[in-house]
Design a binder for this molecule. Structure first.
Ligand code: F6P
Length: 545
């Protein structure tokens, strides 16, 4: 079944939401809390080891009901079925979108073109398991008979960001293997990584779904050359493996078939960490932890597929995001994890969210006359408090923010964790309540200021408050909970794409730059520069001087 093609702004629910916004836009969270002591409890969802409190959003019961109506009116329920059952919902590339099948249980059936893909998925998982077990245990050895000490993941975009984010997030569970990532075509990146490595004990994983990506192939060739300074061609088999759908290109590179981990065109790059793209994850933290990551994501899939919209975490988060993006005119969303382990989480989600929903054509080929994809940014708390929080608190922009925190720390340092979490709770409370003129005045009165000084400083100390936040409080940063957290955002992306009537699973927008870069590389490498605008031309001339 194809996805519905409904312009959301033409729905009755959208019109109702517009009216509702007009009437309620000046409501303040502080008042909403004052008039309803049960608000915190009512606007929260408890699921497994998650408590998602969305009560600090500028909404009422009516807002939520209207947003749920919108989800119903755009056909979200059927769309979810199409997504999970392998319909070709990535219509512009003629593909299914089935990263959920990568974490489904072996007894399940997921059909692509009438074929159950779960069996193949399980086979690749088995291969990941035996390969990672043999490298970790040291039974698999390098060309001089030494066990591996270092792993290098060579890939970019979805073939890099997921593995980097997860290996950093789950560092606590890491074994002795050192994992490195080379992504940028900037030669300084690869050289810095190579500086630390010994070819005899390093395993290279070339990860590229297409196996045509300029950055990845250039880095892979540079690394191969470096390796061959010490070793010879026949040793490549012991040190290079590839993850890709493009088997013939891998062959050309010289990697033997048994060192290939296949993936499928129904797995989008930015949703691929659950496939063999996550091989570096399995190597870094062991297969069992990798499998737990997948199980957590699967549990979130089941929650998303089976729960009523009002109690459905990804659906509620998506609806709230639409509320601010399309009615309040908010353009960005911050993601603030209160865990240093999650320092790459926002960067990872930037690709997932912005490459998916950064679209302006609707599903009927018309330019959307409303806002779509949000801009995502963020850094861990408490560091971000000392960096950009000023703007969230007192700037002119509305920035809905997700606060992600954990009840228990991994190293068990209670003193630090209490301080960290005190900040976590304090920030959302401060953003919600703010501090009004009377409160500031009262505070300043105790400071022996002249009336003149008090009056002049007072406006700067006022916090408007009414800044929306979601609090996602999770028991502990385990592989399973991380898997669920990532899947939660994946499904939020899906819901928003359905509402905005766009295709979330292609990424044509990154192609033009790639094509032009190829032409410009010719201009740089040859004496003649081709036709360009005057700015690009003079920049190229200056560069080539
Ligand atoms: O940036 C575009 C993109 O196609 C991403 O979607 C993808 O994750 C990345 O390039 C890498 O692609 P590949 O895995 O084919 O090398």
């Amino acid at each position: 079944m194809a996805l519905p093609k409904i312009n959301p702004t033409k729905t009755q629910s959208w019109k109702n939401l517009l009216d509702h916004y007009e009437q309620n836009q000046n409501k303040h969270l502080r008042d909403l809390f004052a008039t309803d002591p049960t608000r915190g409890e009512r606007f929260s969802i408890q699921w497994k080891e998650f408590l998602v409190d969305y009560s600090k959003n500028i909404i009422t019961d009516e807002t939520l009901a209207l947003l749920v109506n919108l989800a119903n009116e755009v056909g979200l329920k059927d769309a979810i079925s199409s997504y999970f059952q392998g319909d070709l919902i990535n219509q512009t590339e003629g593909r299914a979108v089935l990263h959920t099948a990568l974490r489904s249980k072996s007894a399940e059936e997921v059909l692509v073109d009438g074929k159950n893909v779960v069996k193949e998925v399980q086979e690749v998982k088995q291969k990941i398991k035996s390969f990672s077990d043999s490298v970790i245990s040291g039974t698999k050895k390098g060309y001089t008979g030494k066990p591996f000490t270092d792993i290098v993941n060579i890939g970019i975009g979805g073939s890099d960001l997921g593995p980097v984010m997860v290996t950093e997030a789950l560092k606590f569970y890491k074994n002795h293997l050192k994992v490195h990532f080379v992504s940028n075509v900037d030669g300084d990146h690869v050289q810095e990584v190579l500086k630390e490595l010994d070819p005899e004990t390093t395993l290279f994983i070339i990860v590229s779904k297409s196996f045509t990506t300029q950055e990845t192939l250039s880095n892979a060739l540079t690394i191969k050359k470096w390796f061959l300074k010490e070793a010879s061609e026949e040793h490549i088999a012991a040190h290079f493996v590839a993850v890709s759908t493009n088997l013939s290109k891998i062959d050309e590179f010289g990697i033997s078939q048994e060192n290939v981990f296949p993936m499928w065109d129904w797995v989008g790059g930015r949703f691929s960490l659950w496939s063999a793209v996550g091989l570096s994850i399995a190597l870094a933290i062991g297969y069992q932890n990798f499998d737990d990551l997948l199980s957590g994501a699967h549990e979130m899939d089941v929650h998303f597929k089976e729960t009523d919209f009002e109690e459905n975490i990804p659906v509620v988060l998506a609806l709230l995001s639409v509320w601010y993006n399309n009615f309040y005119g908010a353009e960005t969303e911050a993601i603030i994890p209160y865990s240093q382990y999650l320092h790459r989480f926002a960067a990872y989600l930037q690709q997932g969210i912005m490459e998916s929903n950064g679209k302006s054509m609707d599903r009927e080929g018309n330019r959307a006359n409303y806002q779509t994809g949000t801009i995502i940014w963020g850094e861990p708390g408490t560091n971000s408090q000392h960096a950009f929080f000023q703007l969230i608190h007192q700037g002119t922009k509305l920035i809905p923010s997700d606060f992600i925190g954990f009840r228990k720390s991994l190293h068990g340092d209670v003193d630090h964790h209490n301080k960290l979490m005190a900040n976590f709770f304090a920030q959302t409370e401060a953003l919600m309540n703010g501090k009004n003129a009377e409160e500031v005045k009262e505070e300043l009165m105790g400071q022996n200021l002249s009336k003149e000084d008090l009056d002049s400083i007072l406006p700067y100390k006022i916090f408007e408050g009414n800044k929306p936040t979601n609090t996602i409080l999770v028991e502990k940063l385990t592989p399973k909970n991380l898997g669920a957290l990532v899947a939660m955002y994946e499904h939020k992306i899906f819901v928003q794409g359905i509402i905005w009537n766009i295709f979330s699973y292609d990424q044509w927008g990154v192609e033009l730059g790639k094509q032009l870069a190829k032409n410009i590389l010719n201009d740089i490498e040859n004496s003649e520069i081709g036709k360009h605008d005057s700015s690009t031309l003079s920049l190229l001339q200056f560069f080539k001087k």
